[in-house]
Design a binder for this molecule. Structure first.
Ligand code: FES
Length: 128
């Protein structure tokens, strides 16, 4: 991925980070938010109701830029300095993801119960 939103040339040490598995160029000293915005990544966080948001204040107040950084959830992208080989996941929300896992487990259990019911019918008395 390229930095397409910079208004000046990059100055300083450059390295890369991984964002949702893709390599993204970063500059030492900038925030994760700056790195993401420079590469035109704007959909950052997903709230507990599944709604997407992007940065609003840029100074740690609004919590609209929360994402997963190095496996830690709900980190504010505007308050974390970018580091080499950092792993960032946007649109990540542990609450939404755990609810999805719970729903999946419930569906699997329902399928199991349905299978058990159908086995019971097959092994029971013949249908008239
Ligand atoms: S943009 Fe508001 S807390 Fe990061």
């Amino acid at each position: 991925m390229k930095r397409s939103q910079d208004i000046t040339d990059a100055v300083g040490q450059t390295f890369s980070i991984r964002v949702n598995g893709e390599t993204v160029p970063a500059i030492a000293g900038e925030s994760v938010l700056s790195t993401l915005l420079a590469s035109n990544i704007r959909a950052l966080s997903k709230n507990d109701y599944g709604r997407l948001a992007s940065a609003y204040c840029g100074m740690g107040v609004c919590h609209c830029c929360t994402l997963e950084i190095n496996g830690r959830h709900k980190q504010r992208a505007c308050q974390v300095a970018v580091q080499p080989d950092m792993a960032v996941r946007t649109e990540a929300n542990i609450v939404v993801e755990s609810q999805a896992l719970q729903n999946q487990a419930l569906q699997n259990k329902e399928v199991e119960n349905t299978d058990l019911d159908s086995n019971t019918v097959e092994q029971g008395e013949p249908h008239v």
